[in-house]
Design a protein around this ligand. Structure first.
Ligand SMILES: Cc1cc2nc3c(=O)[nH]c(=O)nc-3n(C[C@H](O)[C@H](O)[C@H](O)COP(=O)(O)OP(=O)(O)OC[C@H]3O[C@@H](n4cnc5c(N)ncnc54)[C@H](O)[C@@H]3O)c2cc1C
Length: 424
């Protein structure tokens, strides 16, 4: 049940701003510590990244997006208006500092350090996620069938060999397959793939939206108050108790405040005095309800930069990285371009009832989330910026935020995820 902010008993122990997967994970973990929690969202049922994502528990993705040499490849992609990467000219001036930082982190020393920091989170994922799914009654919604990265050409497979070797050093379990083995595993794929990599620990979920709904219901059952409102800023002035101030002027006070507003979090961090480079990396997909059983597991098409996941609610085909800000309308021709690839590489799809979607990945230039306490305000804790891995790292982020809220030594060293890394 939702409440008007004016009716809420204040202050509670923790106010969480944002009710996507990350905010709900933090709220859930805090409630399980015995803390009282209020969760603010401007629209609890409304669309968000957490609803329409590809559903992958992508624990193998322990290298940053900004790989050495990517800038040159990216320049080529940008020529194709519906290619895997696009930057809107109107958004470019605002995005420039983000892209400069993105380029910087591809240097070898940063690349290795970031990869180890991503791996530290990804190694914990099932330790944290399985008990949460159990508690939500959703254990059977997780399909632990691995995922396949597929290659059309020998050259592309060879070009990725160093990255695969590095991932193995990071603890990622994988094995290579030839075309015939791949066809035996996924007969619906077009017979054009020469190589595949089986990512043994990857899993996928039946339906990401169902997880959000169940998680929200669970935090309410555990006693959280849901408050509908648009968070305008965080007030940590010394004169009053810490509070999230809504655009209506109402204050939602809490002893500690968790900022978990996904791609919208930078404004709230700024109000606390913390700078962050955060952009919306907009992604697209199409869900085909009549083609759900076409594949057995998630497939990542290495050269074409798209993925297909067999969710219970349909085969979801998508990808793309579009930088156009938070308010530009979706360009669904991107979803159509990805769908055209889907038709080509998974022939015979039934497209009846297909639905298209766009969502805002909260992206930092170094692919690391922001998790930890604000250096400017002891009452404020950050949990945002999970980019491509917000579903994967949701329960782990909740567990880490609970450590921070309880002032315990966190189970993972949080230094690499500190917001202070963005300070000049
Ligand atoms: C196409 C695509 C595919 C993806 N595939 C995967 C995948 O396979 N695996 C994976 O792990 N991740 C995937 N992701 C990433 C993942 O979906 C995100 O990282 C994750 O959902 C982010 O969750 P969040 O809670 O931080 O943000 P959101 O889900 O965006 O939630 C933020 C919430 O904050 C609220 N909010 C924002 N501002 C305010 C405000 N001022 N006041 C009140 N409320 C506010 C919003 O209403 C929203 O509910 C994918 C993303 C996309 C777009």
């Amino acid at each position: 049940m939702e409440r008007d902010a004016t009716l809420t008993p204040h202050p509670c122990d923790v106010v969480v701003a944002g009710a996507g997967l990350i905010g709900l994970a933090c709220a859930h973990a805090a409630l399980r510590e015995g803390l009282s929690v209020a969760v603010i969202d401007r629209d609890f049922e409304g669309d968000r990244a957490s609803h329409g994502n590809a559903g992958g528990i992508a624990v193998s993705e322990s290298t940053p997006i900004s790989v050495p040499g990517l800038f040159f490849k990216a320049a080529k992609w940008l020529i194709d208006p519906l290619g895997p990467l696009s930057v809107s000219p109107a958004h470019l001036p605002r995005a420039l500092p983000w892209f400069l930082a993105f380029n910087r982190v591809s240097r070898p020393q940063h690349y290795a350090a970031i990869s180890h920091a991503l791996a530290a989170l990804n190694h914990r994922v099932y330790d944290d996620l399985l008990p949460v799914l159990e508690d939500l009654g959703m254990r059977s919604a997780l399909y632990r069938r691995g995922a396949l990265t597929v290659y059309e050409s020998d050259a592309a497979f060879a070009a990725d060999s160093r990255e695969w070797a590095f991932k193995r050093e990071l603890g990622v379990r994988w094995h290579a397959l030839g075309g015939a083995d791949l066809r035996a595993l996924e007969p619906a794929l077009a017979p054009v793939f020469k190589h595949a990599v089986m990512l043994e620990d990857w899993a996928h979920l039946s339906d990401p939206r169902a997880l959000v709904t169940a998680w929200r219901a669970r935090v309410v059952a555990l006693g959280a108050t849901l408050i509908r409102g648009d968070a305008e800023h965080v007030d940590v002035s010394r004169t009053q108790a810490p509070a999230v101030v809504l655009t209506s002027g109402q204050r939602v006070g809490g002893r500690q405040i968790v900022v978990a507003c996904g791609a919208w979090s930078a404004t709230l961090a700024k109000s606390v005095g913390d700078r962050v480079l955060l952009d919306s990396e907009r992604g697209y997909n199409t869900t085909l309800p009549e083609s759900a059983a076409t594949l057995a597991r998630e497939v990542i098409f290495a050269e074409r930069k798209f993925v297909a996941t067999p969710l219970d609610i349909g085969l979801r085909i998508g990808g793309a990285a579009e930088f156009a800000g938070l308010s530009a309308p979706p360009n669904y021709r991107r979803a159509d371009a990805l769908m055209a690839l889907g038709r080509r590489f998974i022939p015979g799809l039934n497209e009846q009832g297909a639905t298209r979607w766009m969502g805002h990945r909260p992206a930092t230039p170094d692919s690391l989330p922001v998790i930890g306490r604000s250096p400017h305000a002891d009452a404020v804790v950050y949990a945002f910026g999970h980019g491509h891995l917000g579903l994967t790292q949701s329960a782990t982020t909740g567990a880490l935020v609970a450590d921070v809220l309880m002032r315990r030594t966190p189970r993972v060293d949080l230094a690499p995820y500190a917001i202070s890394r963005f300070s000049p």
